[in-house]
Ligand binder design. Structure first.
Ligand code: SF4
Length: 248
């Protein structure tokens, strides 16, 4: 039997950097407190916990005075930074640069005019999405699919962003839907601004993964059911090769 490992498999650079930061901090022989699961992968989480990393929740921040707290690649809303500061907690920020850039763009649009209708296509309650919504004082509208695009008011300027790991095809459908709706109402798309904010490492991975799945008879996709990115990529496997199986 020939077994081939996809040469593009593995964690993206943002997650790899956060894991590297956790490993480096664990060398100080101090516990490092990571806010939320560092990566949605139970095996990797388990390995890092053995090195001294402790996963905490927001409710634990108040008990971490004078300790170091790691912010993972998904990022956090401004409220978390404030809470840490007021409790004397030192932040080690491993937010992925791609997420930081997206947070910055959303914040800019919000500050430009707090009445701007900022829409984020992503998973409600996901840590990255919470961090993005936090840039707008909680005002951004989160939609998870094209059906929810009907909640957007096209009579007002719309600024559409996506979570970095969202499904690109669904995002394109939402963009087309909004533009068509605007053309029927106003014969123009002046109110609709769409930002291409899906992470390149996710977007480029899809066509490569599709080819890989078509060129192999059976696919074992290793991930964790808690990973949005993993679930999305597995769907790509299954669509390209029905003989695909999710393994944790
Ligand atoms: S933005 Fe891209 S590189 Fe950064 S953590 Fe998300 S998937 Fe990884």
């Amino acid at each position: 039997m020939k077994i081939e490992i996809d040469k593009y498999a593995g964690f993206c650079f943002g997650v790899t950097k956060a894991i590297q930061t956790a490993e480096d901090l664990s060398k100080d022989a101090q516990n490092i407190f990571c806010l939320g699961q560092i990566v949605h992968n139970a095996k990797e989480e388990d390995r890092l916990q053995k090195l001294g990393m402790i996963t905490i929740k927001h409710s634990n921040i108040k008990d971490l005075s004078n300790k170091k707290m790691l912010i993972r690649a998904h990022g956090e809303p401004p409220a978390t930074y404030k809470l840490a500061k007021s409790n004397n907690v030192e932040i080690i920020d491993a937010t992925c640069p791609v997420v930081l850039n997206l947070q910055k763009k959303i914040k800019e649009k919000f500050l430009e005019n707090p009445d701007n209708q900022i829409v984020i296509f992503g998973k409600k309650g996901h840590a990255e999405v919470n961090g993005l919504v936090g840039q707008t004082n909680g005002k951004a509208l989160v939609i998870s699919n094209i059906e929810e695009a009907d909640n957007i008011d096209i009579n007002k300027p719309v600024f559409l962003f996506s979570q970095t790991t969202s499904d690109y095809q669904e995002y394109c459908k939402i963009e087309t839907y909004l533009k068509e709706k605007s053309i029927s109402a106003y014969e123009n798309i002046d109110n609709i601004t769409v930002f291409q904010t899906i992470c390149p490492s996710v977007k480029n991975r899809i066509p490569r993964l599709r080819d890989f799945c078509k060129n192999n008879e059976l696919i074992l996709f290793v991930s964790d059911h808690n990973s949005s990115n993993g679930n999305m990529l597995f769907k790509v496997c299954k669509d390209s090769n029905p003989d695909s199986y999710f393994v944790t």
